[in-house]
Write a protein that binds this ligand. Structure first.
Ligand SMILES: [Ca+2]
Ligand SMILES: [Ca+2]
Length: 477
């Protein structure tokens, strides 16, 4: 029985691959191909607004899960804002190349993503063409389903579950779901907690996907710890001291080194500091539901025979400032708290507990999946495959030397920064600049742009300008 199912699956896989030269041999009389020839499956979980410091304090994700795979302490998002970053994760492209610059139209949100036509060129469409079964469960690109039908399912997804976020924004309770084509309303009961419902849908997809033998892609994008940072009853009362997340940049006392938009922010008063600390605690408790979700997904996976051939990745679409540099609940900027995100990858042959200090990016995820699946990575993707870094000894793999990050107030209003081993150099739309010595001043307390050697500023600026409008290979060095 199992053999028959396996052969049927193999046949589907071969047909699904079309003329792809990487497809395994077709005749059913051939001996079973070695396990290595099988395409791997993928589970990708992306938090919403989870910063690295909170991640490191999470009891399971920041500890046991992190140590179960390769972790990237220098993972960045190319734009620290939900919609642009989600589009970057799905397409492997920078925001300046996919055009989703902000969370709302005319240059962003779901409308921007649909208008770009790039929903037809994502990790899902490429994997589906290669015979993958694909499922998306969670918050999609902001504004969904504005401008499209409530049952809208983007190209490439066999199974698609997403809250109708534009109709009732920022809801953990009392929301509508596009439940794979059907609009379902959820109320205010504890069992309606959005991320738990998403967990149940993820498990449903996994159950169906693992009944067959096709490889699968499951992407889950829960809501936590995004505002309003609610937790289900079982976690809501859990104490966590928000002060554990306070760094020297919290309520920075002297911001005279900083651009006007930060200089204009007043010191947080006692009530605002309390609120920031309380919100840090709420973010922590909301993330406990994500821990449950991922633990349940892993447990379900391990009850099947697919665990050994499945990569599991965890990251976030952006970080956030929660009182750092006096800024509360602020993303869409280039400070480390906003652009740096957790990234952990488990999988076959991936050394547990290893750390890679290479710069990894959100735009690397799609190329990584295609590469691990044995598929060609389109030249139009700006990211590069992390696969070489996932092998034992991967720390010696040649890699990019710096990263460019960007955020937008309009298509012309772009602020961009270059992060090197040593420096974070930032050119703002306003013409202002910042320069931080990331070894001596990792919390970005003292911008050196006024007293740095002109040659240093010039060389960083030249390099930034070369990468600002990069496409494909030009983004990868
Ligand atoms: Ca986000
Ligand atoms: Ca300062």
């Amino acid at each position: 029985m199992n053999v028959r199912i396996a052969l049927a699956g193999l046949l589907v896989l071969v047909i699904g691959c079309g003329g792809n030269p990487a497809a395994p041999p077709a005749p059913s009389s051939a001996p079973t191909p070695p396990a290595a020839a099988k395409r791997p499956s993928f589970v990708v979980v992306v938090s919403d607004d989870l910063d690295v410091r909170l991640f490191e304090h999470l009891p399971w994700l920041g500890d046991e899960f992190r140590k179960g795979g390769v972790s990237f302490p220098r993972a960045y998002v190319t734009t620290a804002l939900c919609a642009p970053s989600r589009a970057s994760i799905l397409t492997g492209r920078y925001a300046h190349n996919h055009g989703v610059l902000m969370t709302a139209p005319p240059h962003g949100g779901i409308e921007g993503f649909v208008a770009s036509g790039l929903e037809a060129d994502t990790m899902a469409t490429h994997l589906k063409r290669a015979g993958y079964r694909t499922g998306f469960v969670g918050k999609y690109v902001n504004g969904y389903p504005r401008g499209v039908a409530e049952s809208y399912k983007p190209a490439g997804w066999d199974y698609f579950v997403a809250p109708l976020e534009a109709l009732r924004p920022d809801r953990y309770f009392g929301y509508w779901l596009n439940d794979d084509g059907e609009r379902v309303e959820f109320g205010e009961a504890d069992g309606d907690y959005l991320d738990d419902v998403l967990a149940a849908r993820a498990l449903r997809f996994l159950r169906q996907a693992t009944e067959g033998s096709d490889p699968f892609l499951l992407v889950v994008m829960p809501y936590a710890p995004h505002f309003p940072m609610l937790a289900p009853d079982r976690h809501a009362g859990r104490w966590f001291d928000g002060r554990a997340l306070v760094t020297p940049s919290f309520n920075e006392d002297d911001v005279s080194d900083k651009p006007a938009w930060v200089r204009n922010a007043p010191l947080l008063d006692a009530a605002e500091q309390d609120r920031a600390l309380r919100q840090k605690r709420l973010r922590f408790t909301s993330m406990l539901a994500t821990e449950d979700l991922l633990r349940d997904v892993l447990a379900a996976l391990h009850r099947t025979e697919r665990a050994d051939e499945t990569y599991v990745m965890f990251t976030s679409d952006n970080g956030i400032l929660m009182g750092e540099h006096r800024l509360a609940l602020r993303k869409a900027n280039n400070y480390e708290e906003a652009i740096r995100v957790p990234l952990v990858i488990h999988g076959p042959g991936v050394p547990a507990g290893a750390e890679r200090r290479h710069f990894a990016l959100n735009v690397d995820l799609a190329p990584t999946l295609l590469d691990l699946a044995g598929l060609p990575v389109p030249e139009t993707m700006d990211g590069r495959s992390l696969a070489p870094l996932l092998k034992p000894g991967g720390e010696a793999a040649p890699w990019r030397r710096d990263v460019m990050v960007e955020y937008f107030s309009s298509p012309e209003g772009r602020s961009s920064a270059l992060r090197t081993d040593e420096w974070m150099y930032h050119e703002l739309e306003s013409g202002e600049r910042e320069l931080y010595d990331m070894r001596g001043d990792p919390h970005q307390l003292d911008s050196r742009h006024r007293d740095a050697p002109p040659e240093l500023l010039q060389s960083l600026s030249d390099r930034l300008r070369r990468k600002r409008d990069c496409r494909g290979a030009g983004c990868r060095d």
